[in-house]
Design a protein around this ligand. Sequence first.
Ligand SMILES: Nc1ncnc2c1ncn2[C@@H]1O[C@H](COP(=O)(O)OP(=O)(O)OP(=O)(O)O)[C@@H](O)[C@H]1O
Length: 247
Amino acid sequence: MSQNYVEARQVSKRFGQHQVLNQIDLTLPAGMIYGLIGPSGAGKTTLIKNILGMEAVDGGTVQVMGVTMPNRPVMAKIGYMAQSDALYETLTGRENLTFFGQLMSVPKAKLQQMIAYTARLVNLTTQLDQRVSGYSGGMKRRLSLAIALIQDPPLLVLDEPTVGIDPELRQQIWAELNKLKATGKSMLVTTHVMDEAERCDYLMLIRHGVALAQGTPTELKRRYQVETIEQVFLKAGRLQDANNGNY
Ligand SMILES: Nc1ncnc2c1ncn2[C@@H]1O[C@H](COP(=O)(O)OP(=O)(O)OP(=O)(O)O)[C@@H](O)[C@H]1O
């Protein structure tokens, strides 16, 4: 597919007097892990919601797979993992996966296969028949990730996917995200964790609703002449403050 999965142009959003996003450009081609990094309140979730069509933009345009959002058929091609888990607590993990799989019209035979695959991926196979109300926070996060993957979507939008997940499983999940990428899928991932930022193919550093810098992790470190993405962020943030007169 030559078409980009996501093309956001000059996206702006305000809530009342608060300008939450300011002329953001984002292009996500096939086969890429795109990281959105920035502090709490920077506007990452709002940008994701604008891309998914869950919130209307005030300025600019968003297209997903060449279609202006919101669009139901395109929504079905996106695996979305929100920041807060939306799970049925009284159902088991398997019942949740079955429910969301059916909602996404996954064929019956494939659904069993996808439940087994996604549960294995997030290391929940042995707890799959327990009620979600008894799951820990990390287990709920992992089940949400499995649900995002249940319809085998070409595009995944993952808002803080590894919060509450221990380092070993986090490594496994990143390894799997890379495998999914190798099959041509793309991922838009938000994170606060700087070592996760280093694992992305391309990054947008976002602060006060402005894209501070965009590029591959290597390009960004070279451009700012620093060793880590965290240092890129600090340096770019200081430049933003200086330009805004906030010394
Ligand atoms: N529906 C809303 N109404 C009013 N203000 C909102 C709304 N949604 C978000 N905001 C504000 O917009 C700003 C950006 O929020 P957003 O959730 O996009 O940030 P974020 O970068 O995702 O932060 P975090 O990492 O904590 O999730 C915040 O100041 C938030 O309070």
